[in-house]
Design a protein. Sequence first.
Length: 294
Amino acid sequence: MFFGRVYGLTVDVEEQPVLSSRDKIRPASVAGYFYPADKYILERDLSLLLENSPEKPLPSPVRGMLVPHAGYLYSGGVAARAYRQIMNRSYRVAVILAPSHEEQFEFISIYPGRGFRTPLGDIAIEMNLAHQLVMSDPAFRFSEAGYASGEYALEVQLPFLKWVQDSILILPLMVGAESEALMQILVDTLPQLLDEENYLIIASSDLSRNHPDPTARSMDQIVVGHISRFDPVHLWIDLSEKRCEMCGGMATVAMMKVLQKLNVAHAETLLYRNSSDITGDKNQVEGYLSAIFY
């Protein structure tokens, strides 16, 4: 439903050359739909979104973010609230946890190439950390599963991230199923991997979907409450028992648990909206939330 908007120029995936796995770049497949494909229009839009987002004084660096992944027309303002908080910080690597919408698979997929293309330039994968994960547990695999053309949950984070952290490396972790077993593997492995790193973890998730506005807001406030209290245990219970919804619920809960193991102590929600705030249509809405952890 409220996923994107055609912005004119699109990336012609068919024109990408065939490359060896080592040199492969994942194309920007939803550029021109979820966000502008034109570099200068995208720079303008990101600048305006970030300029309209206040920077908060924080006692310690942001180490985790929850951000939505709909088209920028719908959720870009919500996402910008989180990205604004890292503009004046420097990170070496961003771990991006995102749910696969196009394919389902029972493992955590790491793109088997050297990076991702954006209209603002390429973003490289941190291959050393990627190889460490693949060696640590068979649940992590180099695979193109979850990176098909049209998959957007991870891709829509990249222009924001490139704009505010130009030289950052990424560790893309595409979650193929809402599995408690996979979540526990993330919670067991990522703290060891990141303990000595200058890291940022991004969980990409929208909230409830296709409910009337009053129902959606009621369900979404359950998520807001658990995030504000930094309570991943009860968030997972309420997600499992269908009292609230997140398409990236497992990724979000895993991120929160990993951050707690890394001694991150604070959580703060920044902005909640749903699609009716943009379209005025309150019949079937989609919820968006940004939050930071520091």
